[in-house]
Design a protein around this ligand. Structure first.
Ligand SMILES: Cc1cc2nc3c(=O)[nH]c(=O)nc-3n(C[C@H](O)[C@H](O)[C@H](O)COP(=O)(O)OP(=O)(O)OC[C@H]3O[C@@H](n4cnc5c(N)ncnc54)[C@H](O)[C@@H]3O)c2cc1C
Ligand code: FES
Ligand code: FES
Length: 933
């Protein structure tokens, strides 16, 4: 029987026909070998909680998102988990202790992932600088600590740190590959050191019937495709594509091509030919190396852009071919690699049968069916000195995010000193599924002086006309993308223009802020009175070390129970309507599915909101019993043998709906509807100034914000001798206990709720943990088997409300200094479909932020929209109120053409005046007087 072999923390492991195609390296280390230190949240390579360190042969270790890698892809890898770095038995690793001591771990759920990312970085680059540390950890999300203490801790390991912490050289440690312990190798036989000594095709019939084949040559790929057919297959390289387009069901045939050496590396002849299986990390190295050659200097610009693709662990796995194939299959995919290659006029080579290859331009490649074909390489041409290249990527955050818009501009000038365009290539991504190049603008520019106002004006007009931006749900609005694209064209010219052609006033427009941002710094001072020590003596957080070492246990870290089942919510597919019936037959027929329950199976009250509480004025259903209130409301529970099966089968549940209506989802449309909006709080002005030079009106919105709990909602319920043992990631233990008892019609004392620790909650787990906990308890009541309910990121996002969106409108009269003379100010909260967890109560205290409120007529309103009931999130009410007050100040300063700081100072409440002025002076002094390191 063929198997895949690898080591975890030096111990040999192998997998074969006992695993299914959906089992990732993450699942394997956590569930099969019980190493729970590695956490997870998104399963999309987006949060970094699952990062592990891997090594192939003698190459340095690198970090990977273990949620991306199929365990069957791990052949020949040495894998290191957080447990092996340090633990309570063998002592902790310096990264673990430093992170804990520097207060870099709050809930601790993200901490092992951070440690492993940093560990892997140091392995691949022991001479890392502080700036590099800061720019290399976009792979990891921390939702509670804040990044400053984490980065401060890790910067101590940089070579330019004021007092560098050095780690022992891994080579000097002589870690035994067999035992994972330190040893001097004296008792080992040489053969034991190399356990993968023979490379061969590996074929495994997986547990779920799929065929996994690890091939070693392109010829093998065609051999397997010819034998098995190409009706249902996938080539698997890094497998990170599923982080962009999730895969519920793998095809029947999975060909692992990550070991095909002829798809790796590069050749430099006339062109730079980079083999398509090269990872993006290797590609970066190649670009840097080859850029030293004449005519390839431009590759440094490509290098800078590729550094903005995804983040390091994804680049360590993801390949050029995988990226381009995502674009080939999904026209909307915003591929940076495609934009870059198209800009410089690169080509690709594909193999269409075992003997025939074909060379294609990038645009021809997009239109070519790749079924049964292999992408072999990309060819980047030499570019003479007459070429000017600039590329951009606009991202929603500075790191690790797909582009909202990306662009590349290549201008060939008549000569190295000429400003006259010989030819141009203007490429944009994320305009529409078909748009690639701005050909009309390219044509217009030919023969023009690139850096004159006339050229700029006409080129922008031409570009504006040919950029037909299309709507795509989830992407930024059309107007935004259009404006950003036009802006980038202009920015490109500013960047390339010779010094003497641009007014110095506009030069700053050429700066790429992200690239030029210096090392950040921050500090926090807290004073305590030593006379009272040990009472208020600062100490390292007691749990800090077990958190950074992955020893702290969260709900999902509970070992699997005998006969345990998993469940998932089936969600409505309409926003408003009547649920007439539910067809669960397809889901029940799915292999591994055990049961389906709907509202009628709940023996008690179908509600999860606590009665008679300040937070809850109305009830919310656990499962929809008839009237659907919002899109993706839970309508049933699927129970299955595994989490993956439950999640997959839940999508097969089909509801039948009548009376389906269009939902209203925007607070701005609801605010003036008396059926949806009721007055909440009022505060009248006590003063009114008469020095009005301008009346200013404003309307501002803050949209919903997903909580992004680093540990999603999780419950494990076990039948106990009395009733139920419930392990819930909740912030309201009593709520879980009470609502389970009400829903299941059992006494409260039969429900024991355990919450040892919660991974980042930010509000969601205050009230929404109840719903999943009740669902899991219902399953236990029905089946008398333990049940684990891990709500996926998708369910967490869709089925539950967000931070309350809100909008405010105001009408203010101001004097010439921007000081408010009078203001009517209304704020509307979007509660979702029902009014619970209001923040108007809190807003009353802070709506004016630090400004003089005596002239404010303040009113707050509760509104409803046809969306999930929204919930408190971090700083509920205060954040929204403060942000809205600041927007008033911004608008006044904009409309009055005044310095925003002066407007704020003119409106300050006297109570805060002296302390805020002092703060401002301190900030100005720090920024202006103290040079940055
Ligand atoms: C969190 C995250 C952030 C990302 N951010 C960005 C970004 O900012 N910009 C950007 O451009 N991309 C981004 N990506 C996409 C990333 O670049 C791709 O996921 C990666 O390059 C895919 O490579 P892979 O080897 O993992 O492909 P796989 O997932 O293994 O395969 C993807 C597809 O390519 C096919 N395939 C693979 N190799 C070949 C071959 N040689 N011939 C034919 N078909 C082949 C496979 O069959 C499959 O259909 C991001 C991805 C993630 C997960
Ligand atoms: S990155 Fe793997 S679970 Fe989030
Ligand atoms: S400590 Fe980082 S998410 Fe909680």
């Amino acid at each position: 029987m063929e198997r895949v072999h690898f080591t975890v923390n030096g111990i040999k492991h192998s997998v074969g026909c006992e695993v299914s195609s959906d089992v990732t390296l993450l699942d394997y280390v956590r569930d099969k070998i019980g190493l729970k230190g590695t956490k997870y949240m998104c399963r999309e390579a987006g949060c970094g909680a699952c990062v592990l360190s891997v090594r192939r042969g003698d190459t340095p270790s690198y970090g990977v998102n273990s949620c991306m890698m199929s365990v069957t892809s791990c052949h020949g890898l040495d894998i290191t988990t957080i447990e092996d770095l340090g633990n309570r038995k063998k002592g902790y690793h310096a990264l673990q202790t430093t992170l804990a001591e520097d207060s870099g771990s709050q809930c601790g759920y993200c901490s092992p992932g951070w440690v492993m990312s940093m560990y892997s970085l140091l392995q691949s680059n022991p001479d890392i600088t502080m700036l590099e540390v800061e720019r290399s950890l976009g792979s990891n999300v921390c939702r509670c600590t804040g990044y400053r203490p984490i980065l401060d801790a890790f910067k101590k390991f940089a070579k330019d740190a004021p007092r560098q912490i050095t780690l022992p050289d891994i080579e000097d440690l002589h870690i035994c590959k067999k035992t994972g312990e330190e040893c001097d190798k004296s008792n080992c036989e040489e053969s034991e050191w190399c356990f993968v000594d023979k490379e061969d095709i590996i074929e495994i019939k997986l547990k779920d019937g799929r065929l996994w084949v690890r091939v070693l040559s392109v010829k093998d790929i065609f051999k397997i495709l010819t034998r098995e057919g190409d009706s249902s297959y996938m080539l698997i390289n890094g497998n990170t594509g599923k982080g962009v387009y999730p895969i519920d069901e793998y095809p029947r045939l999975l060909i692992d091509i990550s070991g095909v050496q002829e798809l790796k590396g590069y050749v430099l002849d006339q062109n730079l030919i980079v083999k398509a299986g090269t990872t993006l990390t290797e590609f970066l190295q190649i670009l840097k190396t080859v850029a030293k050659n004449e005519y390839f200097e431009y590759l440094l610009k490509i290098y800078e852009h590729v550094q903005k693709v995804a983040h390091i662990p994804v680049r360590n796995l993801g390949s050029i071919a995988g990226n381009l194939m995502l674009k080939n299959k999904n026209a909307w995919f915003v591929s940076d690699i495609f934009v870059l290659l198209e800009t410089v006029g690169a080509q690709v080579t594909i193999q269409i049968s075992s003997l025939v290859t074909r060379t294609l331009t990038m645009q021809q490649f997009l239109k070519t069916s790749m079924k049964g074909r292999v992408l072999l390489n990309v060819m980047l041409p030499p570019l003479s000195k007459e070429h000017k290249l600039v590329t951009f990527k606009v991202m929603p955050r500075s790191d690790s995010a797909r582009g909202m818009i990306n662009a590349g501009f290549l201008y060939k000038m008549k000569s190295t000193t000429s400003n006259i365009v010989d030819s141009a290539r203007i490429v944009f991504g994320n305009i529409s599924p078909t748009f690639v190049r701005a050909t009309a603008t390219e044509k217009y520019l030919k023969g023009k002086n690139l850096f004159t106002n006339d050229t700029l004006t006409t080129a922008l007009k031409t570009l504006d006309k040919e950029l037909v931006v299309e709507e795509n749900p989830g992407e930024p609005p059309v107007a935004y993308r259009k404006q950003a694209a036009l802006g980038l064209f202009y920015k490109g010219l500013l960047k390339l223009a010779p010094e003497n052609t641009v007014n110095p006033r506009y030069r700053s427009g050429a700066i790429k802020l992200h690239d030029e941002r210096p090392l950040s710094r921050g500090y926090q001072l807290f004073e305590t009175n030593p006379e009272k020590w040990p009472i208020n003596k600062p100490v390292t957080k007691v749990d800090g070390l077990i958190q950074t070492a992955g020893e702290a246990l969260y709900v999902e870290d509970l070992p699997r129970f005998h006969q345990e089942v998993f469940c998932a919510f089936a969600l409505s597919t309409v926003a408003l309507g009547d649920l007439v019936s539910i067809d669960s037959s397809k889901a029940l027929a799915y292999p591994g599915v055990i049961a389906f329950y709907s509202a009628k199976d709940i023996p008690g009250a179908n509600t999860f909101t606590m009665p008679d509480q300040l937070l809850f004025g109305s009830t919310e259903e656990i499962l929809c019993s008839g009237e659907v209130k919002y899109y993706n409301q839970p309508i049933g529970i699927i129970v299955a043998e595994s989490r993956h099966i439950a999640d997959t089968a839940a999508k097969l549940v089909v509801g039948e709906y009548t009376n389906v209506k269009e939902p209203l989802i925007d607070i701005r449309d609801a605010k003036d509807d008396p059926n949806r909006t009721t007055a909440a709080m009022t505060m009248e002005a006590t003063d009114r100034g008469e020095d009005v030079v301008k009346e200013i009106k404003g309307l501002n919105s803050i949209y919903g914000q997903y909580h992004f709990t680093i540990e999603t909602l999780v419950t494990v319920v076990n039948p106990s001798d009395q009733g139920f043992d419930v392990y819930s990631s909740t912030h309201w233990i009593e709520g879980v206990q009470m609502m389970i008892s009400k829903a299941l019609n059992i006494d409260q004392n039969r429900v024991d709720v355990h919450t040892r620790r919660v991974g980042g909650s930010y509000g969601l787990k205050l009230s929404r943990a109840n719903q999943g906990a009740i669902a899991a308890a219902l399953v236990v009541q029905k089946l008398n088997r333990p049940c684990r309910f891990i709500q996926s990121l998708t369910t967490n996002t869709r089925a539950h409300g967000k931070r309350l969106p809100c909008c405010s409108e105001f009408n203010a009269g101001v004097n010439s200094s921007g000081q408010i003379q009078h203001i009517d100010y209304n704020i509307y909260e979007d509660n979702g479909y029902t009014v619970n967890e209001r923040f108007s109560l809190i807003g009353l205290e802070v709506f004016n932020n630090a400004y003089n409120k005596s002239r404010w007529n303040y009113k707050s309103f509760d509104s409803t929209t046809d969306t999930a009931s929204n919930t408190w999130a971090r700083a509920p009410g205060t954040l929204e109120s403060i942000a809205m007050a600041e927007l008033v100040m911004e608008q006044i300063s904009y409309e009055m053409n005044l310095d925003p700081i002066d407007v704020r100072l003119a409106n300050l409440d006297q109570e805060y005046e002296s302390s805020l002025k002092e703060m401002l002076d301190t900030i100005l002094f720090t920024v202006v007087m103290v040079p940055l390191p």
